[in-house]
Unconditional design. Structure first.
Length: 604
């Protein structure tokens, strides 16, 4: 009996990209990091075998850590989708949760399709689907809570997994890794098996993979536009990785952890006719996701993709450092880093299509050792970079990114239909000053808070909040006043609300309004039909230019509420999010003059 060939395709972990999509205006540093992760994945799947020594040894660090970087970036995407620094609340958070719940089965299905190609690689997409579901209860959390969750998960869950698997799914170093299949979803027993594989016993078990997503969500809750944050990620991540690796080295090399591992390997090594040291060296890649249960000492290793506590901490540190470095470099070397950024913006497509290319080029019935060569890595990387640049320039969103966004957009459309058709009736006529199709109430008695007389009624806070929400829901546009070096300026723009105090809109990239916001982000807002006898809102807000997944979310939310705004998104526009400090609601017909104030709970 012999060991499986070193670095055969059956051994190779695969890292899936964070499923994402979006227009051209993005947080470039995050896309550059995704592009680097794609190239790292190509290095693992196609590059030379590090066991061959020489220059091939430089490819060793990519093993496991590219997968971790992808998973951390998936968490960043979820955080940006759910509000970034300010987590969404109420109906807006529910829409994000429904989008994640929709993408989860889509990722599982896509993962099964890629696995069905028969390339022999381990595919992470189905495990991402499980993680997306597990992330939903954490959408409300801020950076500190998520960072603690990442640390606890990284340290505790591998030990819990070891204890549970020791009883229900014990394993040695070399074994046949379980994976999900279409047939598992045909019976209740199969569903139970699939859940066990995705959560605990598979090659990317979600219970430990969540450490990466929590870390990414914590990073996504930070101000990623700040150089200070980027430098902290870079230096803090490097320190975490170095510290965790140093403790692992001491535990294994000084305090006997590695000796215990070798002792546990002696029976298997004897059956193969080799030493335990040689067996571990040749088949270390089998420690993937679920370390052997023959001794607790396995949990002291820091091998890439082993999902031990030290591996998780080292990988989180490396991922944070890479993300911080990319955020620092992207603004300074925008042209140079444009190709990897374009690749990162289409990472899901690049991930899936490279498996298709491997299946078409190489014989899947072989052991796959002919795949691994420096020329193959360079060729795949060059084609992916050039294709991504061309696709971004001539088409835009990647094909799978477009499909994923398309199929998971229904919560926005459903929410918009419900709000418009049930609670707030529309009027055919509009005011002279109404901006392109804002609905106007049909009369003073039509408003749910308005009496038929001009009698003054002192409103409650709930009544003011209801008026604010209803007025926002029945309008598609607002007047936005800015003040920059060129003086004051006002313009009409479409908008869509996340909640009563968070508004989404897009502005012309070279327009006067955006130029003023970049100089002075404090703006004023008026939501009105133009008639003083209809309720209108006034506010001061803080404008923030957003990118990355937040950019995508702004655009999707805007089109869901205002379909006629879609053509504007093909123009060179920038996504902007307004954080309203407080509203003043005026309703003259109800005696609310002067208007009644509704402060934001986030800005008391």
């Amino acid at each position: 009996m012999t060991t499986a060939p070193a670095r055969s395709r059956e051994h190779q972990p695969t890292a899936g990209p964070a499923p994402r999509s979006g227009p051209a205006v993005r947080l470039t540093g995050i896309d550059v990091a995704r592009g680097a992760a794609v190239l790292g994945m190509y290095a693992v799947h196609l590059g030379p075998n590090p066991l061959d020594g020489g220059g091939a040894a430089w490819f060793k660090p990519f093993e496991g850590h590219s997968a971790a970087l992808f998973a951390v970036l998936a968490g960043v995407s979820i955080a940006l989708m759910s509000g970034g620094r300010r987590p969404k609340a109420g109906r807006a958070r529910t829409r994000v949760a429904l989008r994640l719940a929709t993408r989860a089965p889509l990722l599982v299905a896509l993962g099964l399709l890629v696995t069905g190609l028969g390339t022999g690689y381990m595919v992470i997409l189905a495990y991402y689907g499980a993680c997306f579901l597990l992330a939903i209860p954490w959408l409300r959390c801020r950076a500190r809570t998520l960072a603690v969750a990442a640390l606890v998960t990284a340290v505790v869950m591998p030990l819990v997994s070891f204890a549970v698997r020791s009883v229900f799914a014990p394993r040695d170093l070399v074994f046949e890794a379980p994976d999900v299949a279409w047939g598992d979803f045909a019976t209740w027993h199969g569903l139970g098996r699939a859940a066990g594989v995705l959560l605990l016993t598979g090659t990317f078990p979600a219970v430990t993979l969540m450490a990466y997503l929590f870390a990414g969500m914590a990073i996504g809750r930070l101000d990623l536009h700040s150089p200070v944050v980027a430098r902290a990620l870079c230096s803090g991540g490097a320190a975490l990785a170095a510290g965790a690796y140093a403790v692992s080295w001491l535990a294994t090399r000084v305090f006997g952890g590695l000796e215990a591992v070798h002792q546990a390997l002696e029976p298997a090594a004897a059956s193969y006719g080799m030493s335990p040291e040689t067996l571990l060296h040749l088949d270390e890649s089998w420690i993937h996701g679920t370390p052997p249960t023959t001794t607790w000492a396995w949990e002291l290793l820091a091998s890439g993709a082993s999902c031990t506590p030290f591996d998780l901490l080292v990988s989180i540190g490396i991922a944070a450092s890479v993300i911080g470095g990319c955020l620092l470099l992207a603004p300074r070397f925008e042209r140079l880093l444009r190709p990897p950024a374009d690749l990162g913006g289409r990472a899901l497509s690049a991930y899936v299509l490279h498996f298709v290319a491997i299946r078409l080029i190489w014989d899947s019935d072989g052991d796959g050792t002919d795949v691994f060569a420096l020329t193959h890595f360079v060729a795949f990387s060059a084609v992916a970079l050039l294709a991504s640049v061309a696709w971004r320039r001539w088409i835009g969103r990647g094909p799978l990114e477009w499909a994923m966004a398309r199929f998971s957009r229904w919560p926005d459309r459903s929410s918009a239909r419900f709000t418009g058709s049930v609670r707030f009736p529309w009027c055919v006529g509009v005011s002279r000053l109404n901006f392109v199709g804002d609905p106007a109430p049909r009369g003073p008695d039509r408003h749910p808070l308005r009496s038929k007389s001009m009698t003054t009624v002192e409103p409650t806070t709930t009544a003011v909040a209801d008026l604010v929400r209803s007025t926002l829901a029945t309008h598609k546009s607002l007047f936005l006043a800015t003040s920059g070096s060129d003086g004051p300026w006002v313009g009409g723009v479409y908008f869509a609300e996340d909640d009563a105090f968070t508004l989404n809109l897009v502005l012309e990239r070279r327009g006067r309004t955006l130029a003023a916001i970049r100089e002075n982000p404090v703006v004023s807002v008026v939501v009105s039909t133009g008639s003083p006898m209809q309720p209108f809102l006034q506010a001061r807000a803080l404008a923030e230019v957003v990118a990355g997944e937040a950019d995508t979310q702004v655009r999707e939310t805007l089109v869901a509420k205002v379909p006629e705004a879609a053509p504007f998104l093909d123009a060179p526009v920038v996504a902007v999010r307004l954080s309203v400090r407080g509203w003043r609601a005026t309703d003259i017909a109800n005696g609310w003059l002067p208007g009644r104030d509704l402060p934001s709970p986030r800005h008391p």
